[in-house]
Design a protein around this ligand. Structure first.
Ligand code: MSP
Length: 512
């Protein structure tokens, strides 16, 4: 059994969660559940990133304290987890005392190692947009964002990022799979090769942050604060020896493509600076678009995960998120394709397969079937194809190819439906009742295997189905490859995935 530590990014609390956030979390959950099914010891964490000027300003605007403001939005992220059926082991808020302690300790270690110095952050400051620009970025004397600018300077601590350029390049050379996919890795390499400038890691223009040790006028830069959450969640600094910690040695950070740089460059350099091993891998995904643009609150095109879970169930949303988007690329989130996939795969192919086989056993065989004493060549061919399918999905998930993994399971479902259509067990009740039972047992056993493959993505329905066929059976992909009994006795059969009426819009559903 190997250890594995899986992390989501921690979410900003300036807006409530949307489908894009739900996606990162669901991907991690599927990867975590899949690995647990393979027998690995998984630690899986998530949380909220709560400091910074934007949050402070949003709170002022709302007329409440930043703490009350962040309490409210952080709760929305936390409450979404059971709704999405997420199996995380911990949830961190960067405003918690345990995290403050870790960040201050980490800062001190960086300082003691000589990688922090006091300097000045200066440039043309766009008040309206709260951002500094260099002289050559100005357009007609204004900021590239259109705001009036004034020259400003503030004292600020810097991290000697420039000193890590060669070490980073060497690290990338020795760890060719560090950033996934390769396109993102190449972006990182060219960013490093362009030359790294020292990084401003404190601010004095607002106070909603973790105070810098021994100089509390400064608060720690929000990315240094946020990235350190991964160590807080692994027991640092009490668990100081991270290099010999099996979870730390196998940590995989899942992130959206826009935040790879923070993880794959800054975070690695910070860790190198204090002598902690960099993460095992940074795995990056693409964006959900809505109406052709990245889904985001500011564009007003967000889709609400709560709504989808309420209307169609979390399993259906989880399935759609993983099946529709090729991992690493962008894709469009749309109700029509959601309903189309739901009806064709979940309702018609999988749901219908389970329902027709199990209700027939219930009605015609008193709810029980026995293992056949012999198999015909067609049976062997079918069983073998399903077993091969189970084997094939393992490397697909290991390569983060979630849409192919589900496509493979869909092929297995199609094979089972073909077997039913070809064998026609319904017609054998009088002419060959023994053969009919054999076919139904074989089918139920293959449904068992297929359902286990679906479990990481659709845990609620998979557990329901396994219960119907008399489980709990061990939810392991390695053990109990077949049903560990020679007689299957069904519990009450309850249809899965009723069809969605595809002429109805989301709003009509929302009103129900
Ligand atoms: N707080 C930082 C992360 C700090 S981690 C040390 C942050 N937060 S975020 O809330 O903006 O984004 C969190 C995650 O949500 C990222 O992985 C991001 O890619 C993901 N998504 C937000 N919008 C998204 C889409 N429209 N589509 C897919 N995922 C996107 O960045």
């Amino acid at each position: 059994m190997s250890k594995l530590y899986i992390t989501t990014p921690i979410y900003y609390v300036n807006a409530k969660p949307h489908i894009g956030h739900a996606y990162t979390t669901v991907v991690c959950d599927v990867f975590a559940r899949f690995n647990r099914m393979l027998g690995n010891d998984v630690k899986f964490t998530t949380g909220t990133d709560e400091h910074g000027k934007k949050v402070e300003q949003s709170a002022i605007k709302a007329g409440i304290s930043p703490q009350v403001f962040t309490d409210g939005i952080s709760k929305l992220f936390r409450d979404l987890l059971p709704v999405l059926n997420i199996s995380n082991d911990d949830f961190i808020r960067t405003t918690e005392p345990r995290h403050k302690k870790t960040v201050q300790h980490f800062w001190q270690r960086l300082k003691d190692a000589g990688h922090i110095y006091l300097g000045e952050y200066s440039g043309w400051y766009d008040m309206r947009n709260e951002a500094y620009f260099a002289e050559d970025e100005l357009i007609d004397g204004k900021s590239p964002l259109g705001g009036e600018v004034q020259y400003m300077a503030e004292p600020c601590y810097f991290f000697r990022l420039s000193a890590f350029q060669d070490k980073l390049l060497e690290f990338y050379e020795n760890n060719p799979y560090f950033v996934y996919p390769v396109q993102r890795k190449n972006e990182m390499l060219s960013f490093i090769k362009q030359g790294l400038r020292d990084l401003a890691i404190s601010r004095t223009t607002f106070s909603w942050g973790i105070p810098v040790p021994d100089d509390p006028k400064h608060v720690v830069y929000v990315w240094l604060d946020a990235l350190t959450n991964y160590l807080t969640l692994n027991g640092y600094p009490e668990n100081e020896d991270q290099n010999n910690d099996e979870y730390w040695n196998s940590v995989i950070h899942f992130v959206g493509k826009e935040i790879v740089k923070f993880h794959a460059i800054y975070w690695v350099a910070f860790l190198m600076a204090v002598g902690i091993k960099p993460p095992k891998q940074i795995v990056s995904h693409g964006w959900w678009l809505s109406e052709g643009e990245k889904m985001s609150k500011s564009l007003g095109n967000v889709q609400d995960p709560y709504k989808y879970c309420k209307l169609f169930g979390s399993d259906a949303l989880r399935y759609y998120l993983l099946r529709e988007l090729t991992f690493g690329s962008d894709g469009n989130f749309a109700l029509e394709s959601f309903i189309q996939r739901y009806n064709s795969v979940l309702a018609n192919a999988y749901g219908n397969l389970c329902n027709r086989v199990l209700s027939f056993i219930q009605k015609r065989c008193d709810g029980r079937v026995s293992r056949p004493s012999e198999l015909l060549p067609d049976d062997e061919k079918f069983i073998n194809a399903i077993d091969v399918g189970v084997e094939q999905i393992i490397p697909l998930v290991a390569q983060y190819n979630f849409s192919k993994y589900l496509e493979k399971v869909e092929q297995m479902i199609a094979l089972a439906n073909q077997y039913v259509d070809f064998q026609k067990p319904w017609g054998l009740k009088d002419s060959a009742p023994k053969r009919m039972q054999d076919i139904l047992f074989i089918l139920t056993e293959q449904i068992f295997k297929i359902t286990k493959c679906l479990y990481p993505v659709m845990p609620t329905s998979a557990e329901k189905l396994l219960h119907q066929i008399g489980a709990p059976y061990e939810l392991s992909l390695m053990q109990n490859k077949t049903i560990p009994a020679d007689v299957i006795v069904l519990k009450a059969v309850d249809p899965l995935f009723p069809r969605i009426d595809n002429t109805i819009t989301l709003d009509v559903y929302a009103e129900q």
